[in-house]
Design a protein around this ligand. Structure first.
Ligand code: 0RA
Length: 867
């Protein structure tokens, strides 16, 4: 252990409560100016320290603090980190590490820093964090290494609490300046650091942290640092997540391969070199797809462009697999396998720890340390060879896959040349394309239209100058399940490639900037087949022309589903939700709802209250909300009546928002704490347990792994929705029991009197079965005297209708296709190829169950856009 530069104060002397020296306007001498200059420099040129002042830089603030906590964990002093976004948008990061030292800092050659609380030095001197020898561990994660002082400089307010040596200390800052001096405020037996900060709106135009960005990275950190518990709470949206993996890289691979058919259980390799401190961990699993998905991390940092760890992994794989294939006489006829053939369908992660990482460029996208390459390669060589020897049947699957890939690669090369020659020789546009007259891509649009009849309408309805129409016949090939040679010999795909005019994907001449159209608009029917065709087209663009998506050139048209007419009013309606809203509005205008109370067996009400106008609109919305929640819950096998009445009562009158299933037994928990208690009990009882997210995913495949008990955990966001509705009902004197009410048949054959009655301005009252039927009752009143025409497909619309609703640039609503897990924040969210990769394989993969769950929760990833 090396010395830390902290001077031990006499034990009976508490740290000073005096205001710090650096306070502006007071003791403003050379050194304190220097301190301020540091903070000032950061505020003057924030991008020099955090990259930019956009979303990336904003989130950088959190990563700076979290990385310090992770460093504590790497050093063996911390096993739990909490990141919380408060309701006011500020952020709190708490860890149970050693706590930032508070004792006076020793730096005799700098008399103004010398003697200041270390805490203040860490938070106000640039790079001060780096001066500390975080002794016990070889590497520092320190993603950005600029130190928490930068976070302090760029925060409107930063409050820190340290628990250390039996005491609790606090200190407060604003824009890098101490505004409350170090203070010992109490005793504590715990240890750790709690930093709460609010990003400065003077620096950041947008200070709203994005849940998705945080969750993605925190999950990744938990995967990379096994055993570390990372909790995330977002108070703005009532979201709690916890990430904790005992076998992190393995879990990471499960996550990446979700929904795919895998060839073998996940395999992990690992090696450490005591002398150099190099540490290498690899996890891999082949699946039956044609995509390779390799991630490389150095000191917890994702290196998007790979580097020496990735090349080491690749070289090791190629060498070992080639040797094994040769030894087992698997390769026939002089076929030469390349690395890319072996990596077809491979999902792998390599994570290294390096004492002095050497990254290329500001963004650390590539690791340069040369000794890492041979270390990783040697690790893979020896351990992969062992695995192959010990698992001959799995080895055979991997070898066979590689050989098939090599054969297909050769076929694809030929297909590419052929496609290029025929489809792309200049002026050779496909026969069925109705091209536009303009040759200017800026103004040209290509509509990919489902079916010939819709194509015909679109041709007549379009503006021929700028709008081109390409009718597609039937389903296009699912490129997720086909190799390149097959893809390139598919008629419809060849036609699309020819029409776009930017070359054949995978060929050296391919260049999206040569695309003949500025917008490529997918126009399919609003039915199951239509959405399938749309997904197939999107998959093709995602896998083989992703640059077009990245350039924002791919769109989805939204033809209406209905034409709604009443009197002189006529309206095209996009979907059922809008239809419901319209009908409710019309119905509401001339209706009241009576709520009747009956005494005993009386058939005339003893009391009657009325709801109308804005209240009635809200009532409908609340009923619809409960009904939506009921559908959501029943999809997860939860009986709604039992849940609302019994489960709610058993949980002290509130709805639980966590449900687990373990060995077929169902349990409910009000919050994460309760769930964690249960998890601990399980752990004591069963040893190895794993928590699987029952929301989108299915429990990962554990069939072949040792006795790991799986707790399937569901979050029930519906609970909040229902609670809100119940609260609204109660405020208006309505019991949720009424939602389940059914009128009963009496011996006379009549029904018991209705409690809920619709009273239209004209016509007879409508007696309802119960509260659940109010919204739909109002809608059916709205539908009186209206005619609804449902378009079964685009082909049913005449050219004028098609122009008016879908083609006319001044009226239509297009959706822009973007790559992200979160549709709203698209412009800002970093495009995460890996996340998108999961999305596409889930949508297009084999596992029907996973796919269904996914589509229901995420719908389609397109952004609403008025274009
Ligand atoms: C300086 C020195 C030591 C720890 C830390 C800073 C530290 C910083 C942060 C930021 C967030 N959480 C943190 N935890 C610790 C070493 C302390 C020692 O040697 O006892």
């Amino acid at each position: 252990m090396s010395e830390t530069p902290v001077k031990e104060p006499p034990s009976n002397e508490p740290p000073s409560d005096e205001p710090p020296n650096g306070r502006p306007g007071k003791d403003y001498d050379a050194d304190s100016i220097r301190v301020l200059e540091g903070m000032d420099a950061v505020r003057k040129r924030p991008s020099m320290y955090i990259g930019d002042t956009q979303l990336h830089g904003l989130h950088h603030l959190i990563w700076e603090v979290v990385d310090n906590s992770v460093d504590e964990s790497l050093a063996g002093f911390c096993n739990s980190i909490l990141v919380k976004i408060n309701a006011d948008g500020s952020c709190m990061v708490r860890d149970n590490g050693r706590g930032i030292p508070v004792k006076p800092y020793k730096m005799p050659d700098n008399p103004k820093i010398d003697g200041k609380p270390t805490l203040e030095v860490v938070l106000t001197i640039l790079h001060a964090g780096g001066k500390f020898d975080r002794d016990s561990y070889a590497v520092s994660g320190g993603l950005h290494g600029v130190g928490v002082s930068v976070v302090n400089a760029l925060s409107e307010r930063l409050d820190v609490e340290v628990t250390r040596d039996g005491s609790l200390y606090t200190m407060g800052f604003s824009r890098g300046v101490a505004i409350r001096g170090l203070k010992r405020v109490g005793e504590s037996n715990e240890r750790g650091t709690r930093i709460e900060f609010k990003p400065d709106p003077q620096i950041f135009e947008d200070t709203k942290f994005r849940t998705e960005i945080l969750v993605t990275r925190l999950r990744e950190l938990a995967y990379l640092n096994e055993g570390l518990r990372i909790q995330f709470i977002d108070e703005r949206v009532n979201k709690h997540e916890e990430f904790h993996y005992e076998d992190g890289l393995k879990a990471f691979i499960h996550y990446m391969n979700e929904g795919k058919d895998t060839l073998h259980p996940v395999r992990t390799l690992q090696a450490t070199d005591e002398e150099t401190g190099l540490e290498c961990r690899v996890a891999f699993q082949w699946n039956d797809s044609y995509n390779e998905n390799l991630l490389a991390f150095a000191n917890n940092i994702k290196n998007r462009d790979g580097g020496t760890h990735l090349t080491g992994l690749q070289a090791g794989l190629t060498r070992t697999l080639n040797a094994y294939a040769k030894k087992s006489n698997a390769v026939k006829g002089g076929l030469a396998l390349r690395g890319e053939d072996w990596r077809e369908g491979l999902t792998a992660i390599v994570s290294v720890k390096v004492r002095e990482p050497d990254f290329q460029g500001q963004t650390k996208d590539r690791l340069m340390n040369s000794d890492v390459e041979s270390f990783v390669q040697q690790t893979v060589n020896s351990q992969l060879a062992n695995w192959l020897e010990e698992n001959p049947s799995e080895a055979k699957k991997v070898i066979t896959k590689g050989i098939q890939a090599a054969v297909a690669r050769e076929a694809a090369r030929k297909a590419r040349e052929a496609t290029r020659k025929t489809a792309l020789s200049s002026g050779n546009l496909p026969g069925k394309l109705w091209d536009c007259h303009s040759k200017n891509p800026e103004e040209s649009e290509l509509f990919l239209v489902e079916g010939d009849s819709a194509g015909g309408s679109a041709k007549q309805g379009r503006v021929a100058k700028t709008q081109a129409i390409l009718p597609l016949k039937g389903k296009i090939l699912n490129v997720e399940k086909a190799r390149m040679d097959k893809i390139l010999s598919h008629e419809e795909i060849k036609t699309i490639i020819a029409a776009l005019g930017c070359g054949v994907p995978g060929h050296e001449d391919f260049d999206v900037t040569k695309c003949r159209y500025g917008k490529i608009i997918i126009m399919t029917d609003a039915d199951v087949d239509g959405s399938h065709i749309r997904t197939l087209l999107l998959t093709f663009f995602f896998r083989h022309m992703r640059e077009l998506i990245n350039a924002g050139r791919i769109f989805v048209a939204q033809p209406p589903l209905y034409l709604l007419k009443r009197g002189k009013q006529a309206e095209f309606i996009l979907n059922d939700i809008i239809m419901d809203r319209m009908l409710a509005e019309w119905g509401l205008n001339e209706t009241r709802v009576a709520i009747r109370t009956f005494e005993g067996n009386a058939t005339t009400p003893s009391k009657e209250t009325f709801i109308d106008g804005a209240d009635l609109l809200q009532l409908c919305q609340m009923v619809d909300r409960v009904t939506r929640a009921r559908h959501g819950l029943s999809r997860r096998g939860i009986d709604f009546h039992t849940f609302i009445i019994k489960t709610r009562a058993e949980n002290g009158g509130t709805l639980p928002w966590i449900r687990t299933i373990l060995d077929g037994e169902e349990r409910y928990f009000p919050d994460d704490d309760a769930f964690n208690d249960f998890r601990k009990q399980c752990k004591e009882k069963f040893g190895k347990i794993e928590v699987a997210d029952g929301g989108v995913s299915l429990p990962a495949q554990h069939a072949s792994e040792e006795e790991t008990k799986v707790i399937v955990r569901y979050e029930l966001p519906e609970s909040d929705e229902i609670e809100e509705a119940i609260a609204w009902f109660e405020k208006h004197g309505i019991s949720i029991e009424d939602y389940f009410m059914r009128r009963e048949e009496l011996v006379t054959g009549e029904l018991t009197p209705a409690k809920y009655v619709l009273i239209p301005n004209t016509g007879e009252p409508v007696e309802l079965n119960g509260l659940a039927h109010v919204a739909e009752g109002i809608r059916s009143l709205g539908q009186r005297g209206a005619t609804v025409k449902r378009f079964k497909g685009l082909g049913e619309m005449n050219p004028e209708e098609l122009w008016e609703t879908t083609l006319d640039p001044s009226k239509r609503k297009l959706l822009q296709v973007v790559i992200s897990e979160e549709a709203e924040d698209i412009e800002q969210v970093e495009v995460d190829g890996r996340a998108a990769d999961r999305i596409f394989s889930i949508l297009m993969g084999n596992d029907v169950e996973v796919r269904r769950g996914f589509i229901e929760t995420n719908a389609i990833h397109v952004r609403d856009l008025d274009v």
